[in-house]
Design a protein around this ligand. Structure first.
Ligand SMILES: [Zn+2]
Length: 361
């Protein structure tokens, strides 16, 4: 992952999105605003009955992931197997998107994105994602990447675990929306972060989903997506989470409504005394910057992105100190609480497809 605050490299992308907005017609713009309002209303803010923690599960899960897991290593294979088993155990239909690719320094490697789905035949999906590989440092074979991104992986599994009574009962067999958990492989650069040497797994999965027709039969409904990637209503990407007092800004105008509902959920949980400390994690403001990460290939396919990455980055980022000793457990528990309620509210209030895509004319 790499941070770029309006440096030249990020400008073409930001400009590209801006142009799409300018090109949209007034009615398309009004339609988009309506969709945003619906999405925000859908993800809620007033928490009637918050879901309970399962901290034992959270800790156990993190223990299993928090090992060096550079692509091609034994730890990497172990974590990949663990993710598959965990998803299967939580009732997801699980696939590994495996491929081989030559990379700088380490040569040919086998990568595998792990993807779990509930309601795979649904019309659309809420996709939650993180990366499970750890960065290769020639002089630090023990690097475990606690915030980068072992904790985000544990958060995704804990979200599914704490919501499992809902996900495996009322939610199952819904045809309007499914839930997808994506554990990307090969996010980290092997030599130096460039467009080519980074996000190997997400590039592979995005191009695969963009090539495959959806094949969904929705019985006469008009708005069928033609490609699988277009069935993702929003890709929520978690990264660099687990340090003390994180701050999450909103990065994209089209998902700002969803970001605002995270702000609201945090506020109502805090008012109800269900969060620890006084740090407001979710900031109700649009960031002017761009953080390059696994969402890039999906953004290029016009998938709406909610990027939950702590900025500023944790000060342990890409150092040997990004380990369990420097995690801040109250911040992790708080994130888990807000995030699981957000996911639940999104799914439970969902009735029809939400289209937050930038309009192309
Ligand atoms: Zn990293």
């Amino acid at each position: 992952m790499w941070k770029m605050e309006l440096v030249p490299k990020s400008l073409p992308l930001i400009w590209g999105l801006f142009c799409l907005c300018l090109l949209s017609t007034d009615s398309a713009h009004a339609q988009q605003q309506q969709q945003q309002a619906r999405a925000q209303a859908q993800a809620g803010g007033n928490i009637a009955s918050p879901w309970s923690d399962d901290e034992a599960h959270s800790n156990r899960t993190l223990d299993s992931i928090l090992v060096p897991r550079v692509v091609g290593s034994r730890g990497h294979q172990q974590v990949r197997d663990y993710l598959v088993q965990s998803l299967n155990g939580l009732g997801f239909q699980t696939e590994v998107d495996e491929f081989k690719q030559r990379v700088p320094v380490l040569g040919e490697l086998t990568f595998g994105n792990v993807v779990g789905t509930i309601n795979p035949r649904a019309q659309n999906f809420l996709a939650l994602a993180c990366h499970y590989d750890s960065k290769y440092f020639p002089n630090d074979p023990g690097f475990v990447g606690a915030t980068d991104s072992a904790v985000p992986c544990a958060i995704l599994l804990n979200t599914a675990k704490t919501l499992s009574s809902y996900l495996t009962k009322e939610f199952r067999n819904r045809s309007d929306v499914g839930l997808m958990l994506i554990f990307f492989d090969g996010e980290e650069a092997f030599k130096e972060w460039t467009n080519a040497d980074s996000v190997y797994g997400s590039k592979h999965l995005a191009s695969k989903l963009a090539r495959t027709p959806s094949g969904v039969q929705a019985g006469g409904q008009a708005q069928l997506a033609s490609r699988n990637i277009d069935r993702i209503e929003v890709l929520v990407l978690l990264d660099l989470i687990g340090a003390r007092n994180p701050k999450f800004s909103s990065f994209y105008e089209n998902t700002h409504g969803l970001h605002s509902s995270l702000v609201q959920i945090e506020k109502s949980l805090r008012a109800a005394g269900r969060l620890e400390g006084n740090n407001n994690m979710f900031l109700n403001r649009l960031s002017g910057g761009f953080v390059d990460d696994d969402h890039r290939p999906f953004l290029e396919e016009n998938v709406p992105i909610l990027h939950l990455v702590a900025t500023p980055f944790p000060d342990t980022w890409h150092t040997p100190r990004d380990n369990a000793a420097n995690l801040h457990w109250p911040s992790i528990r708080n994130f888990n609480r807000v995030f699981r309620n957000f996911v639940y509210e999104y799914l439970v209030r969902h009735t029809a497809p939400i289209n937050l895509r930038f309009y192309r004319t």
